[in-house]
Write a protein that binds this ligand. Structure first.
Ligand SMILES: [Zn+2]
Length: 225
């Protein structure tokens, strides 16, 4: 069956509701840490991307779930649905305190210009960046571990840390021997980079920005509470 991409907003919903925890890991293995994962379709129909039909699974469990056949006794739809609902309930009940929500708002407000800028540029970041934005990114980076805007809530902090790591990735694009400061811009000198290397930088920039926008949406969902 052809795979239809799941709408980004729905993907974010699944990631948020499950806190990127795999229900099978949590309830069968007692492993409640964040896992790299994929979104599984419970009924096996990959074009049925209703929230009800989706679950966040770690890669191992996703493989096992997708490969179920009539001969094997792998995880059934009903089992998975049950554990998923239990997981959603578990996290829905641990609401954020007013202080935690207020801190997320402050964080998003504080860096709103930087986020707006990088979301607007995406792969274009490989060619140039406003040098004031670059400085803000570097500042965010340098002091992140001791920042007042870093939450004490493990889930929020993890999400903020993911953003910080991806911002570090963006900063690493501007290798000093390839970029010059021209007026207000840090600009690529295309004579000093091959076409392939530039292509790689564009793809990397877009990847970092896409990752950040996913985490950003999770924080926004907390901020509107
Ligand atoms: Zn798992």
């Amino acid at each position: 069956m052809a795979r239809k991409p799941i709408h980004a907003a729905v993907q974010a919903d699944v990631a948020i509701k499950s806190r990127r925890r795999c229900p099978l890991c949590v309830f069968l293995d007692g492993n409640e840490s964040e896992r790299p994962g994929q979104i599984a379709h419970l009924n096996g129909n990959h074009s049925d991307s209703r929230l009800e039909n989706l679950a966040w699974l770690c890669l191992e469990h996703h493989d096992k779930f997708d490969s179920r056949t009539s001969q094997t006794k792998n995880y059934t739809q009903i089992e998975l649905r049950t554990y998923r609902d239990k997981l959603y309930q578990k996290y829905a009940s641990c609401d954020y305190s007013d202080d935690e929500v207020e801190l997320v708002r402050k964080y998003l407000r504080n860096y709103s210009r930087v986020f707006a800028y990088i979301f607007g540029e995406r792969s274009e970041l490989a060619f140039k960046i406003d040098h004031n934005v670059f400085d803000s990114l570097a500042e965010m980076q340098d002091s992140w571990n001791v920042s007042d805007l870093r939450s004490f809530n493990p889930f929020i902090r993890e999400t903020q840390d993911h953003i910080a790591n991806n911002l570090a990735g963006i900063l690493a694009i501007y290798e000093i021997h390839m970029y010059d400061l021209v007026g207000d811009w840090i600009k690529l000198d295309s004579r000093r980079i091959s076409h392939e290397a530039l292509e790689r930088k564009s793809v990397a920039a877009k990847g970092f920005v896409d990752a950040i926008s996913g985490y950003y949406e999770q924080l926004e969902a907390i901020a509107v509470k």
